[in-house]
Design a protein around this ligand. Structure first.
Ligand code: NAD
Length: 288
């Protein structure tokens, strides 16, 4: 069994990106600039934005975080997005989700200039991705594709079972892995909360992508010998640690890892790869 070390891979990609940035600057080019909007004071969102900012610094990017109180109106947020869209110094913009209930997330996503939408959530980018055209692919699916690619995992003709059909993970993942590409060329089954006999599907899978957000959901008896297992889940569960919680994946690692050929740990698997894909997209948005 091989552990898919997302942290080490992401560190390597960050070095590669930082080298590219240095080269751009040496040639008189512009430093890539990522702006992040954070509304409210949700602990997990603050942590994620903090990680993104640190990664920007490591890669030599300029990073701006715009913080707004939870009671900020939708109108005010849309105005701020319009300002950033018009700001030539800012290459990429992300709005950390979830947003407070009174703000329409879809409206906010659609207000972002698709050319700055480095999260790849805008319908223009989603549509282009589905058609296999150049686009910003959302960071988590892109990070998973990169991890599969860097570990040279064979995907052509394999049966991939994806658990979860969200717009940010399951659905784009199903699309990317079914495309005529490498990685790709998979036969894909997408399972979700209404799927009957889910275990019958997972037992047939050569590759399983668990993205449902239920800690320890995928057990050893649901996986066939030699399967590749990618665990996207990150749920904060109470624990006797300094922070009072630990991060739990959707895969019961102790049971599944002995049966798998490749497996991602949580933490240190998909999470760090997500951030490097955001950097990749920002570099692309800056015209490099
Ligand atoms: P979501 O809640 O939007 O979607 C969950 C999906 O799982 C739904 O489509 C639902 O139908 C399905 N599902 C729920 N319970 C199920 C069950 N019992 N059986 C089968 N399917 C079931 O979640 P999401 O945004 O796609 O995120 C999924 C998980 O991935 C969460 O833990 C989230 O924190 C994590 N995540 C991690 C990263 C990362 O960078 N590592 C990025 C995004 C999301």
């Amino acid at each position: 069994m091989v552990i898919l070390d997302g942290k080490a891979t992401a560190d390597q990609i960050k070095i590669e990106i930082a080298e590219k940035v240095e080269d751009i600057i040496k040639k008189g080019g512009k430093r890539p600039h990522l702006a992040a909007i954070l509304v409210g004071d949700d602990g997990a969102s603050q942590t994620y934005v903090g990680h993104k900012e640190r990664a920007c610094v490591q890669a030599g990017f300029k990073s701006t975080i715009l913080r707004f109180p939870a009671e900020t109106s939708e109108e005010k947020l849309l105005e701020e997005i319009a300002l950033i869209n018009a700001d030539n110094d800012i290459d990429g913009l992300i709005v950390q989700l979830p947003l407070p209930k009174h703000i329409n997330e879809q409206k906010v996503i659609e207000a972002i200039d698709p050319m700055k939408d480095v999260d790849g959530f805008h319908p223009v980018n989603v549509g282009r991705m589905v058609l296999g055209l150049p686009s910003f692919v959302s960071a988590t699916p892109d990070g998973i594709m990169e991890l599969i690619s860097r570990y040279k995992i064979e995907t052509a003709g394999k049966h991939c079972v994806i658990i979860g059909r969200s717009n940010i993970v399951g659905r784009p993942m199903a699309n990317l892995l079914s495309q005529k590409s490498n990685p790709g060329d998979c036969t894909v089954t997408m399972c979700h909360s209404r799927t009957k006999n889910l275990k019958e599907h997972t037992l047939q899978a050569d590759i399983i992508i668990a993205a449902l957000g239920v800690p320890g959901f995928l057990k050893g008896d649901m996986v066939k010998e030699g399967a590749v297992v990618i665990d996207v889940g990150i749920t904060r569960v109470k624990a006797d640690t300094k922070t009072g919680f630990r991060l739990a994946g959707d895969v019961l690692f102790s049971e599944v890892s002995p049966k798998s050929s490749f497996i991602t740990p949580v933490p240190g698997g998909v999470g760090p790869m997500t951030i490097t894909s955001l950097l990749k997209n920002t570099l692309k948005a800056s015209g490099n």
